[in-house]
Design a protein around this ligand. Structure first.
Ligand code: SF4
Length: 381
């Protein structure tokens, strides 16, 4: 059994409600109201909205609006990547975006609602099944971290370790992937990489299901996007597309940062003697390009039933790189500030009925009403 290292979560990625609620609500969320949190209602540009700003004084409404306008104009200069303080995006987030972009934005604005969703029993059971699978072949070794560079160093050492296992023909689970696609730094974690009888490398993504049935088209779309992006990232890593500067610049890390004792000790046990983050990056990237592995040949999605553990089906996925990159460009157009966020299309209005933000989302309310008028309660296949 091999081992993987685990550090504490990246603190800077946890953005509080208070930090996020200061962003441009009117333009980014043109038909959205945020309610139930005691904000000052305002009218601006003819649209009603709600804004949290305790510095506003009810006695000077004209001054209030001017102040908001100035804030609004200042915020317009920043893209959602900047406003949400994102150095990178995750593959999981893009899959959520393929479901509903507006829901992703609401989730970032109201992390407590999102956290509640993550506590649903079926989500918890899914996470437990994934962890059990990982522990079947890897031990998890806790490592003390002292800096953001230490956290990333752990990821890199895990990649290096798992790549050596792949070189030996073994199966690995929870393989971290990263790289720049269409100008944005993306990160993800592949569930499983293993070889088939023909010695071809196969990516398997496990999906657990509460019901003994395959998911609908809308969910499948996100799953295909997920495995396709993993392939692009992994293939880029082993083919030399990931450069030292990509990691340093996009993640805003210090190459000269000396690694902490916990990380150094573990790196030493793997025969890696590098002392700084930058030199460790060089060693790991070199190990990737000199590996025997040249890329992923097959993508598969395995759907299992949560209660019984029975495999419902295993689906082979085709990946067309040009199509995938086109999709990515469209998703990134929101993050880089080229367009505003979109809600679901009218034919997907049924998603709004399942959405925890439906009450706050005017677009969702409109769609739900349209859906009721057109086709009461029908969820398309
Ligand atoms: S209510 Fe509908 S449009 Fe609004 S965030 Fe939810 S799913 Fe998206």
């Amino acid at each position: 059994m091999s081992s993987v290292m685990e550090g504490k979560a990246e603190a800077l990625d946890n953005i509080s409600d208070a930090e996020l609620l200061g962003i441009d609500l009117e333009n980014a969320y043109p038909v959205m109201k945020i309610e139930h949190c005691g904000q000052t209602p305002i009218k601006n540009h003819g649209k009603e909205g709600y804004y949290v700003d305790n510095t506003l004084h009810e006695s000077d409404p004209v001054g209030d609006v001017r102040s908001l306008k100035r804030k609004h104009q200042a915020e317009q200069r920043f893209s959602p990547m900047d406003r949400f303080r994102r150095r990178h995006l995750s593959v999981t987030l893009l899959c959520e975006q393929s479901w509903c972009e507006m829901k992703v934005v609401f989730g970032l604005l109201r992390p407590l609602v999102k956290q509640k969703e993550m506590k649903k029993p079926e989500v918890k059971v899914g996470a437990t099944i994934h962890l059990t699978r990982q522990l079947e072949i890897h031990d998890v070794v806790p490592i003390q971290v002292q800096s953001r560079e230490d956290l990333e160093a752990i990821k890199l050492l895990n990649v290096m370790h798992m790549m050596s296992l792949l070189n030996e023909g073994q199966c690995v689970r929870e393989f971290p992937v990263f790289g720049v696609l269409e100008g944005v730094f993306l990160m993800g974690v592949i569930d499983e990489l293993s070889y088939n009888k023909g010695r071809e490398l196969v990516l398997s993504e496990l999906k657990t299901r509460k019901e003994m049935s395959l998911p609908g088209k809308a969910q499948v779309k996100g799953h295909h996007l997920q495995v396709g992006l993993y392939k692009l990232l992994f293939d880029g890593m082993v083919n030399g597309a990931v450069k030292r500067n990509d990691i340093i610049r996009h993640l805003k890390l210090q190459p000269k940062q000396v690694l902490g004792t916990g990380v150094l000790n573990h790196a030493g046990s793997m025969g890696v003697e590098e002392g700084s983050f930058g030199s460790l990056v060089d060693v790991v990237l070199k190990s990737l390009t000199s590996a025997k592995v040249s890329g992923i040949q097959h993508l598969s999605l395995e759907y299992i039933h949560q209660d019984s553990g029975v495999t419902i089906d295993t689906i082979h996925v085709e990946c067309e790189e040009a199509v995938l990159r086109g999709e990515l460009q469209d998703y990134f157009a929101y993050w880089t500030g080229q367009r505003g966020p979109r809600g679901v299309d009218i034919e997907d209005a049924w998603k709004c009925k399942l959405c925890p933000f439906e009450k706050s989302c005017q677009g969702g309310k409109d769609k739900t009403e349209a859906c009721i008028n057109v086709d009461p309660g029908k969820k398309p296949k």
